[in-house]
Design a protein around this ligand. Structure first.
Ligand code: AMP
Length: 390
């Protein structure tokens, strides 16, 4: 297990907390404050313990340049406006300004440092930059799960330099759920995988072949599997260059006794987003593309999920952004919510699908990291979490 902020004595100490305030911002307006609200528990805890707290985050992709379109100032204003916790904005993330702000910081107030990606050293994990970032602080806390797969200075470099380090509540919870999946899942363990590309999820599928008992495939990536198996896939998205890899996956699944299931029917159309039509068989007619799993597939997948003790879901079953092709994804979301077992959902699209389906409150764990959650399953850990253990 990773050490928690609760295991450290932080009273009176200067504490740098890596948060993920990479919120959707349009014209200075924050459309979704979930990430801020989620990190607030750790920040408030540190403030209550009497720590001198500074928060460091990235926002967007300023590519190592100071670009005010990506300033975190509106985030600081929002936090104060909504009285989430008292915060003072610092217009730099390293250097004298940070030291001075810490010196005059009032108890109970946190600092929010300017976007750490204004410096090239952040994404490169430049040792000099990491040193500058760490310099004013005694303790490092990571509460930004969505960035834990990145070896960046504020995620990996700084905790490599500070002895006292731990996970915030958010990262601790994510690590608890994902550790359970990769080390000791309650069985049967099912993985539901969808989304656009096989190539994006290859690593995680390969790892899941060693862990899962059942793998249910949906989304566009199912068509590469079906094509390999000799079914016609019409104009569906197929990754021709992945056909041999898909062959390996199917062979390995058979050898290891993993039940890998593919769609048996579809919702199709003659063009992306065109009129929907039912396709009650596996093969898709010429000139049509598969855009969602069909009702028989939903039935078969639902049956396969019954009795499972652990389920991991990543990636939608179809083009769920369009109502005509959202049925499969929402049906699976509702099924998962009804199981009453450990269900972990990761990846922005699957998270928004469970929320839209009104199923979020019945899901055991909704991960805040898409890429990070996939890499956790693929590699069994993440660099940003491992370094907290060092
Ligand atoms: P990913 O980011 O890999 O999880 O992919 C999510 C995207 O895959 C969503 O935007 C879906 O609309 C898209 N998607 C899912 N199923 C299909 C499909 N059958 N054809 C085209 N796109 C799809």
């Amino acid at each position: 297990m990773v050490k928690s902020i609760k295991d450290l004595d932080i009273t009176g100490k200067k504490v740098l907390i890596r948060v993920d305030f990479n919120v959707p911002l349009k014209d200075g307006v924050i459309n979704d404050d979930t990430r801020i609200r989620e990190a607030a528990k750790t920040v408030s805890y540190a403030l209550e313990k009497g720590a001198k707290v500074a928060l460091v985050s990235h926002l967007g992709r300023p590519k190592g340049e100071k670009n005010m379109a990506y300033t975190l100032k509106p985030v600081a204003d929002y936090i104060n406006e909504k009285s989430i916790f008292p915060v003072v904005f610092v217009s730099d993330s390293v250097g004298d300004e940070v030291g001075k702000a810490l010196d005059v910081l009032k108890p109970g107030t946190a600092l929010l440092l300017e976007n750490v990606r204004f410096y090239k050293g952040e994404e490169k994990n430049d040792p000099e930059f990491a040193k500058e970032l760490a310099a004013p602080f005694d303790v490092f806390i990571n509460d930004a799960f969505g960035t834990c797969h990145r070896k960046h200075a504020s995620v990996y470099g700084v905790p490599g330099l500070l002895k006292e380090k731990a996970a915030g509540f958010l990262v601790e919870k994510e690590a608890r759920y994902f550790d359970k999946i990769v080390k000791n899942p309650e069985r049967p363990f099912a993985a539901v995988l969808g989304g656009a590309k096989v190539s994006d999820k290859l690593g995680v599928i390969k790892s899941l072949l060693d862990m899962a008992d059942v793998i249910l495939i949906g989304g566009a990536m199912a068509y590469t599997f079906l094509k390999y198996k000799g079914f016609s896939t019409g104009t569906s998205i197929v990754e021709e260059d992945q056909l041999s890899i898909v062959a390996d996956i199917l062979k390995t699944a058979e050898k290891k006794g993993v039940k890998l299931m593919l769609p048996v029917d579809h919702v199709i159309s003659d063009k992306f987003g065109g009129e929907p039509r039912a396709c009650p068989e596996v093969s898709i007619p010429d000139g049509f593309m598969g855009l969602d799993i069909g009702p028989e597939t939903v039935k078969e997948y639902s049956k396969a999920l019954e009795g499972c003790k652990t389920v991991l879901w990543n990636g939608p079953m179809g083009v769920f952004e369009q109502p005509a092709y959202s049925g499969g994804t929402f049906a699976i979301a509702k099924k998962l919510a009804s199981l009453g077992v450990t269900v972990i959902v990761g990846g922005g699209d699957s998270v928004s699908a469970v929320k839209k389906a009104g199923a979020a409150d019945k899901i055991s764990h909704i991960s805040t990291g898409g890429g990070a959650s996939l890499e956790y399953v693929e590699f069994g850990t993440l660099p940003g979490i491992d370094i907290l253990r060092a």
